[in-house]
Design a protein around this ligand. Structure first.
Ligand SMILES: NC(=O)c1ccc[n+]([C@@H]2O[C@H](COP(=O)([O-])OP(=O)(O)OC[C@H]3O[C@@H](n4cnc5c(N)ncnc54)[C@H](OP(=O)(O)O)[C@@H]3O)[C@@H](O)[C@H]2O)c1
Length: 331
């Protein structure tokens, strides 16, 4: 059936400016790391992408290696792009990255110009796109000069393959240097994609200061700690959850620790008093920081995207609520 985007898609979502750039992003963005690869049901992936766009989620985040198998999330996105999204390309922000292991040999990972540009060309082909909106260096490379990696990002923009560039998993000092090099090259660093959630707060120790000073946006990944900061594990480990699925290399049943779930249960009490779900509270808590542009979620079901998109219209946390959350997190 021909896809026609919901006419009311921009009514309920809110958009924040990305650092000091001209680009606005939805406060909720959808990532395709899990559940969009060749090993997953295309119908479900397609339904999630369509529903997200219908809810005003204009930003879709990919990387060369998302799948499994690696590359297949971009293939899936390319199929949906061709079948459903083509008329809406100018309404979308599509990002991809290169940095992790993608193909054999010395040019298949890290931060060389050779790898980054070859990988971006492959990504464009898989997604059937002429350009991506944001191209990221997925991780810092301890061996390649930072100047080379940043020059490759600058070249991606100058050659028309990308509109903006960003970095991911760079620490505060690496980010400051990357921003300086990019500024000198004339292609500002748009955005940083770090890991950040209630249980992993490393960015508060220096990185957020750098982002504010440099005018760089921030889009945290794994805001729900891969599902732990939701109601998913409050009464056991569901068979279809990420922790139970054996193909998941990054979350295991052993990560669902009773003391952790007890903490989530107490946080969930605050969520319930606010009329929110636990997942919504976890996202609202991240959005309390002005430096945050967008919260980058993952999902396995349409209903999860609907749940979290509603955050855009929910009240921010009060000072008392932030303090109560802090007490639970420190306990
Ligand atoms: N730059 C990087 O190095 C990097 C690394 C990791 C991720 N990322 C990006 O960040 C995105 C998000 O990462 P993530 O998937 O780890 O994020 P996450 O949002 O912390 O976890 C997503 C999982 O949480 C559960 N969930 C989501 N919404 C829910 C809801 N409303 N109620 C209950 N459970 C809910 C689902 O688990 P179930 O599957 O169990 O249903 C879902 O798969 C990725 O897709 C990718 O784009 C980037």
């Amino acid at each position: 059936m021909v896809y026609l985007a919901n006419e009311t898609r921009y009514d309920a979502m809110t958009y924040r400016r990305t650092g000091r750039s001209g680009l606005k992003l939805p406060v909720i963005a959808l990532g395709l790391w899990h559940n969009f690869g060749g090993a997953h049901l295309l119908d479900n992936s397609r339904a999630m992408l369509r529903r997200a766009f219908d809810l005003g989620i204009t930003h879709f985040d990919l990387a060369n290696n998302y799948g499994p198998p690696p590359g297949s999330a971009e293939d899936t996105f390319g199929m949906v792009m061709a079948q459903d999204f083509k008329p809406y390309r100018d309404e979308m922000i599509i990002s991809t990255k290169a940095g992790y292991d993608m193909w054999p040999g010395p040019y298949g990972e890290w931060g060389s110009r050779k790898y980054l540009i070859a990988s971006l060309d492959q990504s464009l082909k898989r997604m059937g796109l002429e350009y991506v909106d944001i191209f990221y260096s997925h991780r810092p490379d301890p061996e390649t000069p930072l100047e080379e990696t940043m020059m490759a990002l600058d070249f991606a923009v100058r050659s028309g393959r990308a509109l903006y560039v960003g970095v991911s998993n760079y620490n505060a000092e690496q980010t400051r240097r990357a921003a300086q090099i990019l500024r000198e090259l004339g292609t500002p660093c748009l955005i940083h994609q770090p890991r950040y959630n209630m249980l992993d707060r490393w960015i508060e120790n220096g990185l957020t200061d750098v982002l504010e000073q440099e005018g760089i946006g921030c889009i945290p990944f794994s805001p729900l700690e891969q599902g732990i900061l939701t109601n998913r594990y409050l009464s056991g480990i569901p068979a279809d959850s990420r922790a139970a699925v054996t193909s998941s290399r990054f979350l295991h049943e052993s990560d669902i620790k009773p003391e952790l779930i007890d903490k989530v249960r107490r946080l969930n009490g605050i969520a319930e008093r606010r009329g929110q779900t636990m997942a919504q509270l976890a996202c609202t808590w991240i959005l309390r920081l002005p430096v945050i542009t967008s919260v980058l979620i993952g999902a396995s079901k349409v209903s999860q995207i609907e749940d979290i998109a509603a955050v855009a219209n929910q009240a921010p946390l009060s000072g008392d609520e932030i303090r109560d959350i802090e007490t639970i997190l420190k306990g």
